[in-house]
Design a protein around this ligand. Structure first.
Ligand SMILES: C[S@@+](CC[C@H](N)C(=O)[O-])C[C@H]1O[C@@H](n2cnc3c(N)ncnc32)[C@H](O)[C@@H]1O
Length: 459
């Protein structure tokens, strides 16, 4: 790549050609101090702050927009100006832009402010760039590889998430942050207490010090992985006590084509009779756990077609949920399965109780705990396997949380917001953040009310 020192940049250094670029901090330079602990990726040993592409002209994109443009048309400039605390003014013509509900006027900085941003860029940044005929193919990879802290909208990485949100919505409350990560993978089964729909509300509570390059994300009661799949940390260890679920994760990881072939057969043969025959077969197979491919394809098939997508076992450990009433259930969601196969490539997934993960966890790791909840009502769902989860189990979980405190690991725990929850998990270093959550699976299929939940953290 070609390197340019911005201080002496001249228009002929960059041509009117398409390409891509990486802005780095010069050696020993820092971003304006905002009190945030920003984690940088490196390019040629320098801290990367921003990346971009243009399918038009590098000269006009880099020079006219970023280096000598205005905060209204360059996210790089907008971020730097915000960090420097510069005053924003409406962009010319912006008064005419219709103000819709959540959106505010488009802004830039006043003339003095824009000069300050340009000077700051000249003194502190350096650019690397290269020409490329098809830069659109590179953009996502650049952002993924370098996780630039100033690429606000297009960056989905959990690292520096809070910082980027702060830059883009300085006045918003954490819990109303808009959703990111729209295009990533989603769970392969419905699961009681699944967190996929709630994940955007949970992400602002991530510990900003957690670095998934160095440390590991643990989810020891992963269920359908609603939270994990949405945010996809680089290093992860997943586990759950439900063996059929864990087998299915591993088949998705290791035998995706075999699984898809079988799901297509279930999809073709699906009717009431086939459902009940499959349920008997599944319960036979899980006596010996010999045929993992068949167990996993039946596990997904039954989940997609059973009542409310609930996984429930009787006292003999048999799956006993009846057929649901779906007109045309999507049994083989090939696209999602291939995406998950990719996401799971470097992830370990094992079947064991949550306590067993403790010995692996070290300082700086981040653990998301999503246990069966302390019941709001008598009929709340807590029975994910033949063993139920009672108050005593929540108290044991609190002991586990204390061990995490001692290790210097960060944990975030979800639960129902009851007096008992706050009593059990109360400790001096704990924070309780109430959130409102839609409840998707309840004992009565059609009662989908909002429930009050609480996020508990030790940071
Ligand atoms: C509320 S669900 C988790 C939902 C998950 N966050 C999701 O998005 O689907 C609770 C999970 O805890 C698991 N579980 C229950 N007891 C456990 C234990 N002792 N050790 C590990 N996992 C357990 C259940 O199998 C279930 O998958």
């Amino acid at each position: 790549m070609i390197k340019i020192n911005i201080k002496n940049v001249n228009k002929d250094d960059l041509l009117d050609k398409s390409g891509y670029y990486i802005f780095c901090l010069k050696k020993d330079k820092k971003l304006p101090d905002t009190g945030d602990n920003i984690i940088f990726s490196k390019f040629k040993s320098l801290n990367v702050v921003y990346v971009g592409i243009t399918d038009d002209s590098l000269a006009s994109r880099v020079l006219k927009k970023h280096i000598y443009g205005n905060g209204g048309n360059s996210t790089l400039r907008k971020s730097i100006g915000s960090m420097l605390g510069l005053t924003k003014v409406p962009r010319s013509g912006a008064e005419k832009i219709k103000r819709d509900k959540g959106k505010s006027f488009k802004t830039k900085f006043n003339d003095d402010g824009e000069s300050i941003v340009s000077e700051w860029i000249e003194s502190n940044l350096i650019i690397f760039f290269d020409y490329d005929e098809n830069p659109l193919n590179i953009e996502d990879k650049l952002i993924q590889d370098y996780n630039p802290p100033l690429n606000i909208d297009k960056n989905n990485n959990i690292i520096n998430y809070n910082f980027r949100r702060k830059l883009s919505h300085p006045n918003r409350k954490l819990t109303s942050l808009r959703s990111v990560k729209k295009n990533l993978s989603k769970p392969f089964v419905k699961w009681a207490g699944g967190k996929y729909k709630l994940a955007d509300k949970l992400i602002p509570f991530f510990p900003s010090e957690f670095d998934d390059n160095k440390n590991t994300y643990y989810e020891p009661m992963v269920g359908s992985g609603g939270f994990f799949f949405k945010f996809n940390p680089r290093n992860a260890y997943l586990s759950d006590i439900n063996k059929k679920l864990v087998i299915t994760y591993n088949v998705i990881k290791n035998d995706i084509t075999g699984l898809i072939d079988q799901l297509k057969i279930h999809e073709e043969l699906h009717d009431k009779d086939y459902f009940y025959k499959s349920r008997i077969k599944f319960n036979e197979l899980i006596k010996s756990y010999k045929n993992e491919l068949e167990i996993s394809s039946l596990f997904i098939y039954l989940n997609k077609t059973c009542f409310n997508g609930l996984y429930r076992e009787n006292s003999k450990g048999e799956f006993n949920v009846p057929l649901g009433s779906y007109n045309n259930p999507l049994i083989c969601d090939e696209k999602t399965l291939f995406m998950l196969n990719n996401v799971l490539k470097n992830v370990q997934i094992n079947c064991h109780g949550y306590k067993e993960s403790l010995e692996k966890i070290t300082k700086g790791d981040f653990i998301y705990l999503d246990p069966p909840y302390i019941p709001l009502k008598k009929d709340s769902f807590t029975k994910y396997s033949k063993k139920d989860w009672k108050e005593e189990q929540s108290r044991e979980l609190n002991q586990y949380c204390k061990s995490l405190d001692e290790k210097g690991a960060f944990f975030m725990l979800s639960n129902s917001d009851t007096n008992l929850t706050r009593d059990i998990f109360n400790d001096k270093n704990r924070n309780f953040y109430p959130i409102e959550a839609p409840r998707f699976i309840s004992a009565k299929g059609n009662s989908r009310e909002k429930a009050n939940e609480v996020i508990i953290t030790n940071y």
